[in-house]
Design a binder for this molecule. Structure first.
Ligand code: PLP
Length: 364
């Protein structure tokens, strides 16, 4: 048996002898671990009555298109897709040529978590740049500006940012506008991966038009799955002319759902009465409560204050396995002993308090 505090390689091992409290009822591993908002379930059941033409030729899809244009207060074009990777693929592949490049941070989902799908479907190069707390800074573009016009280099055509970022931070309106400005001055487009755009809008207190239309975003993924949908995301083109080839790209990328009415019904359930913002706001509040709770435990260091629905914390390496066994979550960066805890619309106050109690029992 390993004595308390002895070193095992680089890891200090300590036995966890305390009895742990009951684990929370919901998972802090991911907002994707949550189920479906009851209102969305009801909307799916309602859309299940009778038949409707397939491939978006139905009244739910038409209503959702109008609802999205109203939400953005602009004549946007929106296309339903199955999932977030697929929506990023469709958006990017519809505006990129094979000799071009999309620039994103080296933490971006399109760089690290989509198995190269955007590069495969667009043929373009995905060029990663460093980030600061998950955010891309306009200066990061500088190194690529020399590539313009030289046939040996992929031609930078799109800047892609995630809002909220993969590190749970939020670009301010000014930061997004500065990035759009930098991209446009270089003749590039600004793409926004909005898998968690609802959390960002709810956290910022700005409206969707203020955050996206007025800052100069050209096209985006509007995520619903993490916000309470069962599946389904939209690609939203703020400049309608960019969508000229989008329907062909979507079909070829296997993202055209035949029973599209079920995506549209979910979008309507979330958007029409503002549930998308209420769900996101709840998730954000649960993350803040979690950060406050675990932040009081000696041995837990919050990496940065949560701005959306993720808490990143440094905890002792030895505490990670027993905590994961008790209530699973992901270790984000083992070199920093950095873990990620995520909340969702389904996280309750009791879940947060139970999780804090477990962390305190192991580490405190
Ligand atoms: C930033 C970001 N973009 C996109 C996605 C969409 O991924 P998926 O294809 O799993 O829906 C995710 C999911 O975790 C994400 O975190």
């Amino acid at each position: 048996m390993t004595p308390p505090g002895s070193a095992l390689g680089a890891i200090t091992v300590r036995p966890v002898s305390r009895t742990l409290p009951p684990p929370p009822q919901t998972s802090f591993a991911s907002d994707n671990a949550a189920g479906v908002s009851p209102e969305v379930m009801a909307a799916l059941a309602a859309a299940n009555l009778g038949s409707a033409l397939a491939y978006g030729d139905d009244h739910w899809t038409r209503r959702a298109e109008v609802a999205i244009a109203e939400l953005f207060e602009a004549p946007v074009i929106s296309l339903a897709c199955w999932g977030g990777t697929g929506a990023n693929v469709v958006g990017l592949a519809s505006v990129l040529r094979p000799w071009q490049a999309v620039i994103a941070t080296n933490a971006a989902h399109i760089v690290t978590d989509e198995c190269g799908a955007p590069a495969r479907f667009s043929g373009a190069t995905v060029a990663p740049v460093p980030h600061v707390n998950g955010k891309l800074e306009p200066e990061a573009l500088a190194g690529y500006l020399d590539w313009f016009g030289t046939e040996h280099h992929p031609q930078p055509a799109v800047l892609s940012v995630s809002q909220a970022t993969e590190l749970g931070t939020i670009y301010t309106i000014e930061e997004l506008a500065a990035l759009a400005d930098a991209a446009h001055r270089a003749g590039m487009l600004l793409h926004l991966d909005g898998a968690r755009i609802a959390n960002a809008v709810a956290s910022s207190g700005s409206s969707m038009p203020e955050m996206v239309r007025d800052t100069g975003v050209d096209l985006m993924t509007f995520g619903f799955t993490k916000n309470g949908a069962m599946y389904g995301e939209l690609v939203v083109y703020l400049r309608p002319e960019l969508a000229a080839d989008a329907r062909f790209v979507r079909k070829q990328a296997s993202q055209l759902t035949s029973k599209s009415r079920f995506v549209a019904a979910q979008v309507l359930a979330l958007v029409e009465g503002g549930l998308w913002l209420r769900n996101a706001d709840h998730a954000n509040r649960m993350a803040r409560r979690l950060a406050e709770g675990v932040g009081r435990i000696q041995g837990v260091e919050i990496a940065h204050p949560p701005e959306a629905n993720a808490v990143f914390a440094r905890i002792p390496q030895w505490a990670i396995p027993p905590l994961q066994e008790w209530s699973y979550f992901w270790e984000w960066d083992s070199s920093q002993s950095l873990v990620r805890w995520m909340t969702s619309f389904a996280t309750t106050i009791a879940d947060v308090d139970a999780f804090v109690a477990g962390v305190a029992a192991v580490i405190g």
